[in-house]
Ligand binder design. Structure first.
Ligand SMILES: Cc1cc2nc3c(=O)[nH]c(=O)nc-3n(C[C@H](O)[C@H](O)[C@H](O)COP(=O)(O)O)c2cc1C
Length: 177
């Protein structure tokens, strides 16, 4: 399987990155190829809602989303990886998701498998309620097939994350595919 990870943390060596690396290792050990796209350091502009794409067509914005679009449409699985920012995904990752607008139908037809990798400082049981609900709604709307979520409670720093159970959970998710 070809797997594209949309890495939505601005910290290249942060907690989200730890889960992404563990997931990648597990998936590669099971024979999958994994491409990690660092969306925070890519040239990605937010959707301006002009709808010149007609919800399926060329986007007026000429930036790295063209390459991201090609990667996703030639993949079998997408992984959304993000730290929790104000109980949602980062704005950088959301910008990429909003730009799905210009290839919504083709993405829908592709019926990608999907997963969510996320970390947060908070460890209360409601920490991921909003993000989990958003992710599940996207899965339903874009016709993804959810393969699992790793919700990293109490992962506020790289050392907290390394000492938690979540890197192993991300590895197992990748290996189980
Ligand atoms: C702008 C910002 C917003 C955040 N919002 C939340 C939040 O709503 N809930 C929470 O538990 N942690 C929040 N955090 C903490 C991060 O999710 C947490 O530190 C995470 O480990 C950062 O991951 P990273 O190392 O990949 O950047 C926030 C951090 C930042 C910088």
């Amino acid at each position: 399987m070809r797997i594209t990870v949309l890495m939505g943390s601005p910290n290249k060596n942060g907690s989200t990155g730890i889960l992404v690396e563990s997931f990648k290792k597990g998936a590669e050990q099971s024979g999958h190829s994994v491409e990690v796209i660092d969306v925070c350091h890519a040239d990605v502009h937010p959707c301006i809602g002009c709808v010149k794409c007609g919800y399926e067509g060329p986007c007026v914005r000429k930036d790295d989303v063209g390459k991201i679009r090609q990667s996703l449409l030639s993949s079998d699985m997408v992984v959304l990886a993000t730290p929790l920012y104000y109980y949602g995904m980062t704005a950088q990752l959301k910008a990429v998701v909003d730009r799905f607008c210009a290839y919504n139908s083709s993405l829908n037809r592709r019926h990608l498998r999907s997963a969510l990798l996320t970390v947060a400082w908070n460890s209360a049981d409601w920490t991921f309620d909003a993000l989990e609900s958003h992710y599940k709604t996207l899965v339903r709307y874009i016709n993804f097939e959810d393969m699992g979520m790793v919700l990293g409670y109490g992962c506020g720093s790289p050392s907290m994350t390394r000492n938690s159970e979540y890197p192993d959970a991300a590895y197992e998710l990748g290996r189980s595919l």
